[in-house]
Design a binder for this molecule. Structure first.
Ligand code: SAH
Length: 246
């Protein structure tokens, strides 16, 4: 059976990141936002970091914000940190997120946010810039969804429009000390990760998150009629890409 792309939104009882964002917005602090994965050790997302200002953002994100133009769609906008910078600059931005609690916070922060899943075909529009930041490729979930992703972008981009997306290349996790590679080519693509989050008693469902290296992204982009350009590289195997119809 083929896996279908999920087009649902979250409910508040399955929205740990949103609960953390709501607490931080309400009282300026939050508990631990815990991240579990079958592939990694337990980790934590610093909630204050989700409220970062322009000055606190990594260079790749600042570059993306500086390049965003026209009608902007902020996909998986979280606390709205990027949308707020753009709004303050007088840009027209629509933040969307599947997290009901994050959308509530974004609205309280003055943004016109909508609770929407990027892959829901009922969501339509024409955007000059589609922003996908903080390992934004993650929302694609798995490599087999990438065709669906490019088709979706084709629907949502205005003529001349482009996607600005950042990702890390997880190859460093598989590199030996001498720089040689120990990736199992018969296994799934190495950037496919599964996560589950928990905040206090709120446990989210497991979800797939795709980290993609630039060459793989570029190959698939070409296959689906797009052109990928690497605009900048970060400090740790991360990069910012621009995807435009080729
Ligand atoms: N861009 C924000 C948040 C990143 S976390 C920042 O940089 O701080 C990823 C966000 O994407 C989460 O808020 C999650 O709820 C949202 N998300 C995940 N899948 C999504 C989808 N299919 N459509 C819209 N938003 C999604």
């Amino acid at each position: 059976m083929m896996d279908m792309v999920n087009i649902e939104c979250l409910t508040p009882d399955k929205d740990p990141m949103g609960a953390a964002i709501r607490d931080y917005h309400a009282v300026g602090k939050a508990g631990r936002l815990r991240v579990f994965s079958s592939q990694f050790e337990e980790d934590e997302i610093p909630v204050a970091g989700l409220f970062r200002t322009y000055g606190e953002m990594p260079v790749l994100e600042r570059k993306a914000l500086d390049l965003a133009e026209g009608r902007i769609l902020d996909v998986g906008a979280g606390s709205g940190c990027h949308s707020l910078v753009l709004k303050e600059r007088g840009k027209e931005v629509l933040p969307i997120d599947i997290s009901p609690l994050s959308v509530e916070v974004m609205r309280a922060r003055g943004l016109d946010a909508r609770q929407v899943n990027l892959f829901d075909p009922r969501f339509t529009g024409q955007f000059d810039t589609v922003l996908m930041l903080m390992n934004g490729s993650g929302i694609i979930g798995r490599l087999e969804n990438i065709g669906g992703f490019f088709n979706r972008m084709r629907q949502l981009l205005a003529p001349g429009g482009f996607v600005l997306m950042d990702s890390s290349d997880l190859r460093y996790l598989f590199e030996d000390e001498d720089g040689s590679f120990v990736i199992d080519l018969a296994a799934d693509y190495y950037g496919q990760v599964d996560f589950r989050m928990q905040y206090r008693q709120v446990k989210g469902d497991r979800f797939d998150w795709l980290y993609i290296d630039f060459n793989t992204l570029s190959l698939y982009a070409t296959q689906y009629g797009f052109k990928a350009e690497r605009l900048a590289e970060g400090e740790h195997y991360d990069y910012l890409a621009r995807l435009a119809l080729g």
